[in-house]
Design a protein around this ligand. Structure first.
Ligand SMILES: Cc1ncc(COP(=O)(O)O)c(C=O)c1O
Ligand SMILES: N[C@H](C=O)CCC(=O)O
Length: 427
């Protein structure tokens, strides 16, 4: 009998491209229809058929405290009473900007936008405006949203679908995007040499979490910092996934490397649509109305989104034990899954950092886009489907991250590990 999710997907495909509003959700690479989600609570999501799943996606990061975290929920309900949008400044925007600038290294000013895509697009524009240069170096397999210039050898859904560069991006937009190999400083140096004096910025995910999770090699980030300084280019950390997750100060704090500009996304909205970019005051002062870099947004700093974000960030700041707990949970889960794979003689390369992890279905080391792509995606799909059937909701692609949150319990993790022990023997 057809499930409600299947029926909804059939209807959706008639009126929404691919039936979804963001491609990864279509579950294409794992060969099945997506689940349509009805509600979520804590560490669980419930589909339209009433099935419960332990959620290891957490809306791709923002649900670090779990779904419907009371502190966020209450703040949103209270904010709703005041109205949904004013298109005018509110105190909450000041409060969240003060909180971030006081506690995140190097972020002296910050501007709210509505998504990670917008945050990156705006930061790149600010970098170009500030330096008067046009070229941007990005890394293969890093995903920075879907603005034209960033859809070059991108990760996430683009990588999952095997689309190296998107149709519809004019050659001129992509011509200023240079791509280097993650963890390969020589490839960056070569680009600096070839385009001497033209590189405005190097942008990267300090931990790449959109080609699976790929860790920066020892010293990689610091050496990039030095290289940018030598070449008069800015360093942009895209912390849409790592920000407020690896530590309150994100990867900058975790690795002790300071970027010139940082971009944030979903996590600072507690699940509401938010992004932000910030950094050194002199760069941010080039943004309108102070300077000549134009960037705007009718719904930017939305009062309800700001209330949710503020509540989540305050909780994280006041409860630093969250970071220790989610890191421990993640390590525990990953160790269990790794053992399950070893028992079944399934070759696996496992990466974990803080509350982010990835199981690459390959026995070879993974440190860049090329090696990530060598994973056995068909085996991943079998693993994914078998785990889903048993009530464990992981991201539906080999090239996405596992996200742990504060609501996951040891019982949840044990159940997942126990099921994985059976599943690994069948894939
Ligand atoms: C590192 C990174 N940058 C940018 C984005 C784009 O964010 P959004 O999907 O909110 O536009 C994402 C996620 O999608 C991301 O993971
Ligand atoms: N990898 C993306 C976010 O970090 C996945 C979200 C999406 O594209 O829908």
């Amino acid at each position: 009998m057809e499930t409600k999710s299947e029926a909804l997907f059939e209807r959706a495909q008639k009126v929404i491209p691919g039936g979804v509003n963001s491609p990864v959700r279509a579950f294409r690479s794992v060969g099945r229809h997506p689940l349509f989600i009805e509600r979520a609570e804590g560490q669980y999501i419930y589909d339209a058929d009433g099935n419960r799943y332990t959620d290891y996606v957490g809306s791709w990061g923002p649900m670090i405290l779990g779904h419907k975290a009371p502190v966020v929920q209450e703040a949103v309900l209270k904010a709703l009473e005041g109205g949904l949008s004013f298109g005018a400044p509110t105190e909450r925007e000041v409060l969240i900007a003060e909180l971030i600038t006081q506690h995140v290294p190097g972020v002296e000013m910050i501007r709210m936008v509505n998504s990670g895509t917008e945050a990156v697009m705006s930061a790149v524009r600010a970098a170009r405006g500030f330096t008067g240069r046009s070229k941007i170096i990005k890394f293969e397999g890093c995903y920075h949203g879907h603005s034209d210039g960033m859809l070059v050898k991108a990760g996430s859904g683009v990588m999952t679908a095997g689309i190296p560069d998107s149709l519809g991006v004019p050659g001129g937009c992509a011509a200023d995007t240079l791509t280097a190999v993650y963890n390969d400083l020589d490839s960056v140096e070569q680009l600096f040499q070839q385009h001497r004096g033209d590189v405005a910025a190097v942008i990267l995910e300090p931990v790449a979490a959109n080609m699976g999770v790929v860790l920066p090699k020892e010293g990689f980030l610091q050496k990039l910092r030095n290289m940018c300084d030598t070449n008069g280019a800015l360093l942009i950390f895209d912390e849409v996934i790592t920000g407020f997750r690896l530590a309150f100060g994100g990867a900058q704090e975790y690795f002790g490397v300071q970027a010139d500009l940082v971009t944030y996304g979903k996590i600072i909205g507690g699940g509401m649509p938010v992004g932000a970019y910030g950094g050194r005051r002199e760069i941010m002062e080039t943004v309108a109305p102070l300077g000549g870099v134009y960037q705007a947004g009718t719904l930017s700093g939305n009062p309800v989104a700001m209330a949710a974000g503020l509540a989540q960030l305050r909780f994280l700041l006041d409860n630093p034990q969250v970071y220790g707990q989610i890191e421990q949970s993640c390590a525990y889960l990953v160790e269990g899954l790794q053992k399950a794979a070893a028992e079944a003689e399934v070759p696996l390369t496992v990466h974990q950092i803080g509350s982010l992890a990835c199981l690459f279905f390959t026995g070879s080391p993974v440190d860049d886009y090329g090696s990530a792509k060598s994973s056995d995606t068909k085996r991943f799909a079998r693993y994914f489907n078998a785990m889903l059937t048993r009530g464990h909701y992981f991201a539906p692609s080999q090239f996405e991250a596992i996200f742990l949150g504060y609501a996951h319990t040891k019982e949840d993790l044990d159940r997942t590990i126990q099921d994985a022990r059976g599943v690994m023997k069948t894939i």
